[in-house]
Design a protein around this ligand. Structure first.
Ligand code: RFL
Ligand code: PHB
Length: 390
């Protein structure tokens, strides 16, 4: 089998890239380790930046998002139970869209099927080869048979635990990492959301977040110790802790109910440099991870592949390598800004082990400053709604 671009991974990065390349008349094959049901079933991101929303529209996959997604003009911060709102729309002219990653994936898969984009699911032992030459290829096993895909380039869109990143040799690859000393316990419940918009809460007992998926489905998180297990958190304990951290005003809006999804996710800041080696490009979580506080992960995966698709179109249409040569630096410039914002917002809102009374007062002072300063709110808002692609 032969194609122009072999895409490893059918998450948001891989599938958006496949659609972008299709629109540019470039052939691609996506090779994914899991089944479609598995990829679509993973409960993950919920917030789309304006740029992501507009891109989904441009790709012709935004109709259901426009119907069912929840556009938000603002977001709320709660500090020791006291809430204030940041009017992102007024401050930046942009908002965000609450629409689950699962829904985005369903729309992307449906459109891929209609457009005949080739996706190989349940591919085992996927491996890129010869990325240092101009004739790379990818191999995998499926149903006991070996497969080989020859290509011009490999796009490593295979997430944090994928194989692609490791193909960049040790002497070339640089990694920057912080693992945070806590996790997020998240639940989904078939209950109306606590408020019309999201609430990010800083409380002396730790961070909490009230989010949603629809008018009848809520998504909540509380910061928890990394060694906590799901069994430690029966629903009643979760609701009590959530309400305590949100404070009485926000808690008054919380409707309790049985959770139907409950999981603990670790928090990490991570960047690999460079994002290109030879004929291999990395995009999305394969190259970088942000703590979820800024809601940036899926949006960064999308902005990476927008840049990558532009670079590849330039290569094929204008016969110029300038775009692919500049891809890594261009993508990393935006990645590091999102890393900074996510790291800062995590530091502002979470309780760190070893945080003493001084650090707590400093957090409270910074939050009070944001509450009272249009300039500070604008800084937060313009990062939250998404920085432009440059
Ligand atoms: P993905 O989604 O991990 O997809 C990678 C795909 O590659 C496949 N794969 C392989 N395929 C073939 N061969 C191999 N060897 C392979 N190894 C892996 C995997 O099966 C998978 O299908 O990466 P991608 O495409 O870069 O997308 C990244 C986003 O999924 C991720 O950044 C977000 O989910 C992060 N995130 C959030 N992002 C936001 O923009 N807004 C949010 O509100 C938000 N909230 C979150 C989040 C992530 C969370 N968790 C659980 C990590 C909330 C949480 C709790
Ligand atoms: C979510 O709804 O899952 C969500 C929202 C905002 C975040 C992280 C996750 O910052």
């Amino acid at each position: 089998m032969r194609t122009q671009i072999a895409i490893i991974g059918a998450g948001p990065a891989g599938l958006v890239l496949a659609h972008l390349l299709h629109r540019a008349g470039i052939d691609a094959v996506v090779v994914e380790r899991r089944s479609r049901d598995y990829v679509e079933g993973r409960v993950r991101a919920g917030v789309l930046e304006q740029g992501t929303v507009e891109l989904l529209d441009r790709l012709g996959v935004g109709a259901r998002m426009r119907r069912e997604g929840l556009p938000h003009a603002g977001t709320n911060l709660a500090v020791d139970g006291e809430m204030f709102r940041i009017d992102m729309q007024a401050l930046t002219g942009s908002g965000i869209m609450v629409y689950g990653q699962q829904e985005v994936m369903r729309d992307l898969f449906d459109a891929a099927e209609e457009r005949g984009l080739p996706i190989v699911f349940e591919a085992e032992e996927v491996q890129p080869h010869d990325i240092g030459t101009d004739r790379p290829h990818v191999t995998w096993r499926r149903d006991g048979a070996e497969h080989r895909l020859d290509c011009d380039f490999v796009a490593g869109c295979d997430g944090f635990h994928g194989v692609s990143r490791g193909c960049i040799p040790d002497g070339v690859r640089q990694e920057f990492e912080r693992v945070y000393p806590f996790g997020w316990l998240g639940i989904l419940a078939e209950v109306p959301p606590a408020a019309h918009e999201l609430i990010y809460a800083n409380h002396e007992r730790g961070f909490a977040l009230a989010s949603m998926r629809s008018a009848g489905r809520s998504r909540y998180y509380v910061q928890c110790p990394l060694d906590d297990r799901i069994e430690d958190w029966p629903d009643d304990r979760f609701w009590d802790e959530l309400c305590l951290r949100l404070g009485p005003q926000a808690a008054a809006g919380v409707t309790r109910g049985r959770s139907f999804e409950k999981s603990i996710a670790p928090l990490r800041s991570f960047v690999t440099e460079p994002m290109r080696h030879g004929r291999l490009f990395l995009a999305g979580d394969a190259a970088h991870i942000v703590p979820p506080t800024g809601a940036k992960g899926m949006n960064l995966a999308v902005s990476d592949v927008v840049m990558l698709a532009e670079a590849l179109a330039e290569f094929y249409q204008d016969k110029s390598a300038a775009g692919i040569d500049g891809y890594s630096a261009r993508a990393l410039a935006r990645v590091w800004k999102a890393e900074r914002f996510s790291w800062w917002f995590t530091g502002l809102t979470h309780r760190f082990p070893g945080t003493g009374p001084l650090e707590r007062r400093l957090q409270q002072a910074e939050l009070a400053y944001i509450k009272g300063s249009r300039a500070a709110q604008t800084t937060l808002a313009e990062n939250y709604v998404g920085l432009p692609l440059v």
